[in-house]
Design a binder for this molecule. Structure first.
Ligand SMILES: Nc1nc2c(ncn2[C@@H]2O[C@H](COP(=O)(O)OP(=O)(O)O)[C@@H](O)[C@H]2O)c(=O)[nH]1
Ligand SMILES: [Mg+2]
Length: 473
C-alpha cells in the first residue's frame, strides 16, 4: 500500500516531465488492487466469524468430551451431562432431552452453548427405529472468541455408539446424520433466495480408536468404511498415555496398514508445490504422526521443574498435553484449527459434498424410472436395449430352427419318396426280367419239343422263315 501511495504522489509533482509520466502511468495501471483482497477477506471473515463442524465418534469413555474441551480450551462438552451416559433416558421426544441440557448448561454457565439431540431413525420418516443399536446423535454448539476472532463450533457426537451387544449397524445413524446435513445444504443451495445458506456439513470427523495396542476392530473398520468418502476422516488413538511409546509406534503402524489394506481414505493436507520450505516441513511433520496418539486434559498440573501445564499426573510423573514429545495433541490441533481449518472446509465443499450431490442427483433420476426420466438413465436404457437385442436373437434362433426343421423333414420326405421310387423301379425291372425269363423258358421248352419230334415228319417249307424269324429274335 505504502509504495502505491508514493507513486501516486510522484505522478502529480513530476507531471511536467513526459518520460516520467509514462513510467508512472504504467505503475498505476499495473496496480489492480487485488493485493488488498486478503485484507478485505480477513476483515469480512472476522466480522462474519468462522464455523467449524466436527464429528467426534468413538465408544463411551474414550475421552471424547475431554479432548474436545482440551482442543478449544474450555468446558464445552459437559461431562456431567447425564444424557451422555443414560441410554435409557430417552423417549421418542427429543425435546425433553434438549430441555434437560439447557437446564444443566445453564447451571454450568457456558455461554452460547446449545445442544440438540435427534434420534436419527426418526429423521428417516418411517418412525420406526430400524437399528438394533440405540445410537443417538447429539450436537453441541458454542461460539468462542479469541483476540476478537469468532469461531462457531459444532460438535456432533453419537452417544450409544458401540455399546450394543450387536453393533453391526451402529454406523447407520451416523451416516444418516452426515447425509442429512448434506441434504439440508443441498436444499438451501437450491432455494431461490440463497443469501442465508448455513453450512452445517461435517468438516472433520474425529474417530477415536481404543488404545488396545493390537489392530483395528471390525467395528472401527466398518464405521470408517461407511464414512470415509463423505467426511475428512481423522483417526486418533485415544488415551494414548495408557500405552508405552513402543506400543504406540507399533499400534500406529498396524492401524495404517489396516487402513491401507481396507482402502480407507483418511484426510491428508494437500501438498502445494509453491509452499515455502517451512510450511512443507510443518505439513510433513503432521502427516508423519498419523494416526495421532493423543491425550486430553483441561486440568493444570505442576511439573517437577515447577511449570504449570495442562496434563495428567501419574505416580511416575506427568504427561503434558501441549508437549510434542509426550503426545500428538499439538499436531491434531494444528490440523484441525491452526493450519488446515480452511482446507478441511474446502475439501468438504469441493470434493466430499460435490460427490454426494452428484450421486444424489443421479439417483433421483433413476428413482423416477417409470416416467420420462427413464430415457435419461443410461443404465436402464442399456439394460432395456440388451433385453430387446436378446429377444431379437431368440426370435431369430427360433425362426432358424423352424426353417431347419422344415428343410430336414422335406429332405426326409424326398428321401422316402425316392426310396419308394427305387423300390417300385426295382420291382418293375424284376417283374420284367421274370417275364423275360418265363418267355425264354417257354421258348426253350418249345425248341426242345421240336428237337424231340420224329424226323419222318418233314419240316414244313415255311419253317426256315419261321426259324429264321425265331433265330433273329
Ligand atoms: N488416561 C486417560 N484418561 C482420560 C483421557 N481423556 C479422558 N480421560 C478420562 O476418561 C474418562 C472418560 O472421559 P470422557 O471425556 O467423558 O469420555 P467420552 O465418553 O468419550 O466423552 C474420564 O474419567 C476422563 O478423565 C486421556 O487422555 N487419558
Ligand atoms: Mg462424552
Amino acid at each position: 500500500m505504502s509504495t502505491v501511495a508514493e507513486h501516486h504522489h510522484t505522478s502529480h509533482s513530476a507531471g511536467n516531465l513526459p518520460q516520467d509520466i509514462k513510467i508512472i502511468k504504467k505503475v498505476l495501471n499495473g496496480y489492480v488492487g487485488f493485493a488488498n483482497l486478503p485484507k478485505q477477506w480477513h476483515r469480512k471473515s472476522v466480522r462474519r466469524g468462522f464455523t467449524l463442524n466436527v464429528m467426534a465418534i468413538g465408544e463411551a469413555g474414550l475421552g471424547k468430551s475431554t479432548l474436545i474441551n482440551t482442543l478449544f480450551n474450555r468446558d464445552m462438552m459437559n461431562n456431567k451431562n447425564r444424557n451422555e451416559f443414560d441410554s435409557n433416558g430417552f423417549g421418542s421426544n427429543g425435546n425433553d432431552a434438549e430441555d434437560d441440557d439447557v437446564d444443566e448448561n445453564g447451571g454450568e454457565d457456558i455461554e452460547g452453548t446449545e445442544t440438540a439431540e435427534t434420534k436419527s431413525s426418526a429423521r428417516n420418516g418411517d418412525g420406526i427405529n430400524s437399528t438394533s443399536s440405540n445410537v443417538r446423535i447429539k450436537t453441541t454448539q458454542a461460539e468462542i472468541e479469541e483476540n476478537g476472532v469468532k469461531l462457531k463450533v459444532s460438535i456432533i457426537t453419537a452417544p450409544g455408539f458401540g455399546e450394543s451387544i450387536n453393533n453391526f449397524d451402529s454406523w447407520k445413524p451416523i451416516v444418516d446424520e452426515i447425509n442429512s446435513r448434506f441434504d439440508s445444504y443441498l436444499e438451501a443451495e437450491s432455494r431461490i433466495n440463497r443469501s442465508t445458506v448455513v453450512d452445517n456439513r461435517v468438516h472433520a470427523f474425529l474417530y477415536f480408536i481404543e488404545p488396545t495396542g493390537h489392530t483395528l476392530r471390525s467395528l472401527d473398520i466398518t464405521l470408517m468404511k461407511q464414512v470415509h468418502e463423505k467426511v475428512n476422516l481423522i483417526p486418533i488413538i485415544a488415551k494414548s498415555d495408557t500405552l508405552t511409546d513402543e506400543e504406540i509406534q507399533q499400534f500406529k503402524k498396524a492401524i495404517l496398514q489396516d487402513i491401507h489394506h481396507q482402502g480407507i481414505k483418511i484426510f491428508k493436507p494437500a501438498d502445494f508445490e509453491n509452499d515455502d520450505e517451512e510450511n512443507i516441513a510443518n505439513t510433513n511433520q503432521i502427516i508423519n504422526k498419523f494416526p495421532f496418539a493423543v491425550i486430553g486434559s483441561t486440568k493444570e498440573v505442576q511439573t517437577s521443574d515447577g511449570r504449570l501445564v495442562r496434563g495428567r499426573k501419574y505416580p511416575w510423573g506427568i504427561i503434558e498435553v501441549d508437549n510434542e514429545d509426550h503426545n500428538d495433541f499439538v499436531q491434531l490441533r494444528q490440523l484441525l484449527i491452526r493450519n488446515f481449518l480452511e482446507e478441511l472446509k474446502e475439501t468438504t465443499s469441493n470434493k466430499l459434498y460435490e460427490n454426494y450431490r452428484t450421486e444424489k442427483l443421479k439417483r433421483m433420476g433413476i428413482e423416477q424410472d417409470d416416467s420420462v426420466f427413464k430415457e435419461f438413465d443410461p443404465l436402464t436404457k442399456q439394460e432395456e436395449e440388451r433385453a430387446l437385442h436378446e429377444a431379437k436373437l431368440a426370435k431369430m434362433e427360433a425362426e432358424m430352427k423352424s426353417v431347419f426343421q422344415q428343410k430336414v423333414s422335406e429332405k426326409e420326405k424326398k428321401l422316402q419318396r425316392s426310396e419308394a421310387d427305387l423300390f417300385a423301379r426295382h420291382k418293375e425291372m424284376k417283374d420284367k426280367l421274370t417275364k423275360q425269363i418265363k418267355l425264354l423258358e417257354e421258348k426253350k421248352q418249345q425248341l426242345e419239343k421240336q428237337k424231340l419230334l420224329p424226323p419222318e415228319q418233314p419240316a414244313p417249307v415255311s419253317a426256315p422263315t419261321k426259324t429264321r424269324k425265331g433265330f433273329l429274335r
